[in-house]
Every structure is written in C-alpha cells, then in structure tokens.
Design a protein around this ligand. Structure first.
Ligand code: GDP
Length: 310
C-alpha cells in the first residue's frame, strides 16, 4: 500500500483528506495547530476538530464547522449567567474538548491525545499535529496584532492583514517520522489556505527541512479557482499581502517545496506558467461538492504523484 502524507488545515483540506482516506493508501495527515487556543480553560484544536469530524462523518457540512445535529444548552446557560461568547461552543463539541482536556491534564503529549481521540471516533488514517507544543499563529493587521481566533472568528477576518507570524514550535516526532519515512510515496498539500493553514506547518523548522529535502514527490492542490477562494479569506489575504490572487500565485508560494501542482479545469490555461516555474502542472475538477468529488480528486492526486515518481 502506498504511504502518503497530507498537509491539512480545516474545511478545504478536510474535503480532500476525506477523499484520500477512502482510497487504499496508508494515509498520515499532518494538521495545522497554529489556530489552537484555550477557551474557558478548554484546549480547542479547530483544524484537527474539523478534520476529525469530517473523517468521522460527524461534521456540520452546511455550516462549515462543528458537529452536525449540535445543541447549544451550555452556551445558553453561559448567556443566562451574563457571559458573551464570541466562539460558539456546541454541547457535543464540548464533550470532545473535555476529553482532550483530561488526556492533556493527565500528562499526554498533544499527538497521543489526538491519536486517542481519532481512534475513539473510528477514524482509520493517522492524524498528527505539526507540533506537540503551542505554536500560535498571530495576525499582524492594520488594527494591531490579533490572536488567530480573535482575527478569524472574533473579527470575521475584516482587519487588513499586513503580516502573519507563525509559532514555529518543535516538530511533532510522529509527524516528522511520517515525512522522513523510507516508505513515503508522496506528499499532498491539501487545498487549504496557504497563508493561514499550510504556512504554519511549513514554519516548523524540521517539517520544512523534511519537505525541502524530500525523496518522494510533493503535490499541492490549489485552493484558488479562477482567482477566487471557494470559501474563506484566502483571496482577501493574498491581495492584502501583495500577492497576485490566482492559482499560479499559490504555485509560486510553494516553489521549491513541490514538484507538481493541481490546477482546477477553470485554470487550465495557467499550466504553461506553472511549468515555467519548474513545477509539473496537472488539471482536474477540484471543486468538491460531494464525497464522490472528494474521492475522484484524491484519485487524481495519487495518479499525479505516481506520474511524478516515474
Ligand atoms: P479553514 O482552516 O477552515 O479555513 O480551512 P482550510 O484552510 O483547510 O481551507 C480553506 C480553503 O479551502 C479556501 O482557500 C478555499 O478556497 C478552499 N476550498 C474549500 N473548498 C474547496 C474545494 O472544494 N476545492 C478547492 N480546490 N478548494 C476548496
């Protein structure tokens, strides 16, 4: 069985991760933990949680985050006690945060704690955090430096971004082992936000070094289609950072770290420009509405990695 490592953020990344998880591959996902924070003392890992809920079939797909069929009794009680909560805490979601809090309080590193949780949720593939240590992403905006969730949820990404600062903690040993394994057949960078979801992973020095010195090919899938993000602030942030808002710009962003780049069919005309960067272009339908779309794109990625290896 092929061993594949996928670098993943939240919603966009989780869609492709689900497709890859349905294939007969040995999948190891490295997830961004730059968004992690404490809320009411509970350790929250937004990208891991979105990924885990998606892979376990528990995600609220319409909403784009949290659990399906969620209830808000705890949040209503907090409101009754005069608390204003800017970060929605569903009851089922809180159960997961409580379990994680217990595992960490008993001394577990983050990686084994998340591994325990994903097993309890019946998830087949391995999921490792980029780091066991707090590596918070800070967003330097025209209104000052904001903690990630303050920017993303509290301010709904409205402040203009000038720079993003990454935590760059020590790499998680299991994530590093996956990246440097002799059995590795390829790396897929999922169509996550390059600046907010993938760059925090690549800012972990050991992981960056492992990808830069890779022996197996790496392929990134564009989160921008026809110059637009499917969802979220990727296009807005690219523009604010002075980057061209296009799939080609995403390929440039990963230059030196990827061998192949998956463009959407709508961007097929960019293939020669991607090739000119020394990156092999591939074209597929990358908009994932259904699980069939997710599996089909995952198959295209595995085929592309095979082509890059030969
Ligand atoms: P977040 O951490 O929850 O914001 O999620 P990610 O960083 O993983 O994903 C956000 C990115 O996913 C955005 O740039 C979207 O354009 C992209 N995205 C979402 N759905 C799709 C899709 O179906 N296809 C592609 N190609 N990109 C997608």
């Amino acid at each position: 069985m092929r061993t594949i490592v996928a670098l993943c953020g939240g919603v966009g990344g989780a869609k492709l991760a689900l497709g890859l998880d349905r294939l007969p591959v040995d999948l190891r996902i490295i997830v961004n933990t730059g968004d992690d924070f404490l809320h009411y003392g509970l350790p929250i890992c937004p990208d891991f949680d979105t990924l885990a809920y998606t892979l376990a079939g528990l995600a609220n797909v319409e909403q784009g985050w949290g659990r399906a069929a969620e209830t808000l009794a705890v949040q209503a009680e907090l409101a009754g006690l005069g608390e204003t909560t800017w970060f929605t805490l569903g009851d089922k979601d809180i159960a997961l945060h409580l379990l994680r809090a217990r595992l960490l309080a008993e001394g577990a590193r983050l990686a084994p704690a998340l591994d325990d949780i994903r097993r309890r949720l019946g998830i087949r593939c391995a999921i490792w955090p980029m780091s066991d240590h707090a590596s918070p992403t800070l967003v330097d905006t025209e209104e000052g430096v904001l903690a990630f969730q303050e920017y993303f949820v509290g301010r709904r990404c409205t402040p203009v971004v000038r720079r993003v600062r990454y935590g760059a903690g020590v790499g998680c040993p299991e994530a590093l082992a996956a990246m440097t394994s002799d059995r590795l057949d390829g790396v897929v960078i999922c169509p996550s936000n390059p600046v907010l979801s993938i760059a925090p992973i690549l800012a972990v020095p050991e992981l960056h070094h492992a990808l830069a010195g890779r022996r197996a090919p790496a392929l990134a899938v564009s989160p921008l289609i026809a110059g637009r993000a499917v969802k979220g602030p990727t296009a807005k942030i690219f523009a604010e950072l002075g980057l061209e808002v296009s799939a080609l710009s995403v390929a440039r962003y990963y230059e030196g770290l990827i061998d192949g780049f998956m463009l959407d069919e709508a961007d097929a005309s960019l293939a020669p420009a991607v090739q000119a960067l020394g990156i092999t272009p591939f074209v597929a339908a990358t908009l994932m509405h259904t699980d069939e779309d997710r599996v089909a794109l995952a198959e295209c990625c595995v085929d592309a990695l095979r082509a890059l290896r030969s």
